[in-house]
Each structure stands twice: as structure tokens, then as C-alpha cells.
Design a protein around this ligand. Sequence first.
Ligand code: F6R
Length: 631
Amino acid sequence: MCGIVGIITSEKRNLVPEIISSLKNLEYRGYDSTGIAIINTGEIRRVHRLGAPSDVFVPQQISEELGVTSDGLSVAIGHNRWATHGKPSEENAHPHFDCTDTLAIVHNGTILNHELLRKELIALGHTFSSTTDTEVIPHLIEQKIKEGSSVKDAFLDTAACLDGSFGLALISSNEPDRLLLAKHGSPLLFGVLKDTLIAASSSNAILAYTNTFITLADGEYADLSIGSGNVSYKIGTIQDRENLITKETTTITDHSREDMSMGEYESFMKKEIHEQPSVFRTTILGRYDETTGDAVLGGLIDYEDMLRHARQVITVACGTAHNAALVGGILIETLANLPVRNEIASEFRYKKVPISPEEAILFAVSQSGETADTLESVKEARRKGYTTFGIVNVVGSAIAEAVDAGVYARAGFEIGVASTKAFIAQLAIFYLLAIKLARERGMTPQEGQSILNELNKIPNLMIKTLETTESEIKRLAENYASKGIRTINFLGRGIHVPICIEASLKFKELTYLETGSYPLGELKHGPIAIIDNNALSIIIMPHDDLFALNKNSLEQVLSKGGNVIVVTDELGAQNLVLQDIEVIIIPTLKNQLLYPALEILPLQLFAYHYARALGNNVDKPRNLAKSVTVE
Ligand code: F6R
């Protein structure tokens, strides 16, 4: 949610194209409005616009608008917004200024005490030009400078007054060779080059320039400056600013750069759907031992005893990550006979969970590792005495840092706003986790080996599933989209129910149509009322133990005149009367619990092609943001 960038260089040049290109790489974090500020001939100048940088920023035109001359620039900052306080508009787009137009700030996060601060600042004579929470920040800095503080102290004293979350970058025309950063709760790092320091909310924004970064922790600031023709930086904490900190740089591998490019694909989402076989393979790689039939999760190694004696598992997550946890819950209960409670993070934090922290282990699941609801749930759980584990994709993210231990998801950068490959990575970890918990609770080595053996084959079967289903699913999606079908339900039983929920979420996000997902047996208790020849039911029913029961329910839908697509396996297809239904066939598996990893693929593709047929932007669906850092 919102992305910031900032550049400072001792080699003066036009920084506008670099800021724009970095902002484009951050569009997944927010794309309703955008802006840039620079210091040019001693003055702060800004452009801000409604829309995403890809749509509204042409480097040459913006450089001209900002009056960039051949002398070049030393500092610039930029922002992509996902509106939380104040509607998307040019006035509300960052960077925000103070009353004297000498300070410009970009902010990622939410300021909870902004109303009070705004009131106090207005009483002191400040005038505001936006309705954002952010605008209190430059005015508060201005006020502190007026009262005698240096720019740096005013910035850090202001940061200390803010309640909420922030990643901040500040420039001042009175100190044109400086870029100040501060972080609390929102991610912030900077890349280190010989003559340039480049800050951003995420490393993928600036990978084109450097893969060596310093990541700021909560409560830290960085003072980036130019002196004697060189750039340098100092890092300290907002509370104890004189004691400087030495931080290690992190180097990101080349693999991450590939994630930033669409390659031969028409969209990031399509690319990420097709990356899932390799993501699954990478996520399980080296994390199991076929000789013992056990999973080997290095991140949990110090907690073996706790895993062995836990009497309950709690998962906390949101959206797609929660849906992965729902699959995980069924896996753990079925394989390890261990009760699981799947909690939606935004609810968990505020509710009473009658499970003693000594008996339970808690897993927080998150792609971004930034989701405020999940992060706050972890903090609350720790306060209550739970040991918390993470299943997180982004290394070093807030949730990864907040938990006691965890297992990384290894999906790589996920750029498409609707999550696909992170879901598959989370599923892969839940398979391993369920095996691990089960092996400690009576699963034999042979049983463990048998599942691991088939798990190992899943990536190739995923490739086969994508290859054999895509053209048919595309045809069906385009056909139903053109028919104007607008009532779509995803139905299944058992472990397929969470996949229905996830398929429905994906479909909703991309098509903007209202969809439902129900356990198939529930249909007759109400939802069947909406079935007629304008409704489409997608039923997930591979040939498993519940196949006969599912066939009955399928008949009920057909008898009401509904359109039906059945997702089944080769064996299931042989046992169905294919009249009046469309069928998508996935490979047959020995272990029924592994079907989710295959059956989600055609359903992601269905949502994708339906949305494209409606003309929607699949990488950036309306109203959504990739990291939801507000509660
Ligand atoms: C759906 C989607 C969201 C996220 C949710 C949690 O496609 O992307 O539902 O899954 O906002 O995000 P993370 O996993 O980053 O905590």
C-alpha cells in the first residue's frame, strides 16, 4: 500500500527517469495517484497526478514540467498512492509540502493521530491543501524548525510524535544535499552505489540499479547526504539519534531480477500462474528427507519439542493466505490428527480465543509480510504468550521479523496484485508442515515416504495441468463472459472447499462480479435458489471418496437448469455422463489431499481469461493493493 522512492547522487543528472522507472516497479503497491518532487536551482518543485505512473508519467515531459536543466539534479523523491485518508485526487497525491514550500515528503503508512495533529497545527496558523493524514508531517516539521530545530532534528522529533506506521523520505530546499528517511511499521531500504544512494519501499523498485541494500528496522532513520563530492549515509534510531548503527548490506540474487520482468507473457499474473510449478519445486527443495519420510523445516528446528507437544494449531492470515491456511488446516487435521483453528487475522486480534498459549502453536501466513491485520495479530498473540511462527514470502519483512521463527515461502517477487504463486508456495509449506506434525504423531515412515514421493511429482503434474487445460478454460471463460453470465458459484466438498473459496476470491478480484463459494452439500440448504439458466456452477470433484455424493449434487444443479463446469481428474471424467456439462480434466493422483495444488490452476486461469474478456486490468484490478498495511 503506497510505495516511495528517493534518490541522492553526487553525480548530478536528470533523476526523473530513474524515479519514474522505480515508481513503475512499485505500482503493485498502489496505483490511484502518483507524484515526484525535486530540488532544482534551490527550489522544491513537484508534479502530482491522478493515475499510475505508467499511465501518466512520460519522463521527458515530466522533466520539462519540473524544469530540469542540463545541470541535472542531486535529489528527488517519488510516490505511488493507494488512498486511505482522502479520496484519490491530484491534491491528495504525494509529495506533500509545508506552508513555506521548502519541505517535501513522501509517506507510506497511516498516521492514526493525524486529526489531533492537524487541529493543533491549524491553531498554530498552518494551512493544509489536502485531506490526507500525511500532510500533518511536513507541517509539523516546519513548526519544529520554526521553533529552532535543525531539519534533521525536526524530522526525527516529528517521527517520534507519529502514532501509526510510516516509511518516510524528506527533502528540504534549505539542505539540498540531503535525503532523510525514517521507518516504523512500513518497509524501507536503500540501495548503495558508488555515487548514488537510492531508497524505496521494496528492493524490486530499484533492482535495475543495484542489488545491494541496507534495510531499515522499525524505529530507525537514515541520513543520506553528499559531502566532498561523495555520497554517504548515517543510520541511527529515532529515539537515540547520536549513537550511530552499523548495518550489514544484503545482496539479492539475479533470480529476483527475472521476477521484475514480464518476459514473453502478456501480464505479470499470467507469468506468475505459469511460474507455479517451479515455485512449488523450489519451495519444497531440500525440505524433506525421503529416507525418513519426514519434512525438514530448518526454520523450526529450535522448536521441535513445541511442535511435538502442541495440542492445537492456530493459523492467522487474510485473503488468499487465509485460504491457503484453510487447506493447511484440513491437511494437519487429517494427517496429524491435530485440531486446527483457522482465524481471519482482522478478527483474531479482537476476539477471545479459548486456547491456552501453552497448548497451541500459531502460524501467521503472509505473502508480503506487511499485512497490518496479520502483523498486529502476531503482536497480540505474542503479548498473550503464544509462540508464533511465520509462513512468509518476503524475507526480512515486518511479520518475518515479528514472529519467533518460521519458514520462508520462496515464491519470489509476486507482482500481480491478485496472489497466485504465493498461494502455491504457501500450500507447499503446509504439505511439509502437515507431514512433519504427522510424523511426530504416529504417521509411519512409509506413509510419509509415500506422500513425499507424490509431492515430488506435483511440479511436473502442474506443468501438465497448465498445458492441457488452458485453451479449454480460456474458451469457456470467453464464452460465459460473452453470454453475460453474472452469477457464478464455486462448489466442492472437503479439501476442495478452500479451493472453491480461493477460486471465488480470485474471480471476484479480477472480474468485479459477485461470486459465491459453498460446500456442495450446503447447496440444497439455500444457495440452490439462485440457480437457473443464467447461473454458472463450477464444481470441483475429482474421483475421491466423495465422488458419488458429488454426482448427486451435480444432478441437483442440472435439474434446475444451471450451467455447469466440472473440474475433475481423468478417472472422474470416465465416470461422469458428460451430457449438459463442460469438463476440465486434471491428472489423477493417488493421494486425494494433493489435488488442491493442481485444481487451483485452471480456476486461476478461468478468472484471468474471464477478466480479460471483460477488458479488465488483470495485474492491477480496481480498488486493490498488494500490501494492505492499514487495518
Ligand atoms: C488476493 C490477495 C489478498 C492477500 C491478502 C493477504 O489475491 O492477494 O487477499 O492474500 O491481502 O496478503 P498477504 O499474504 O501479503 O498478507
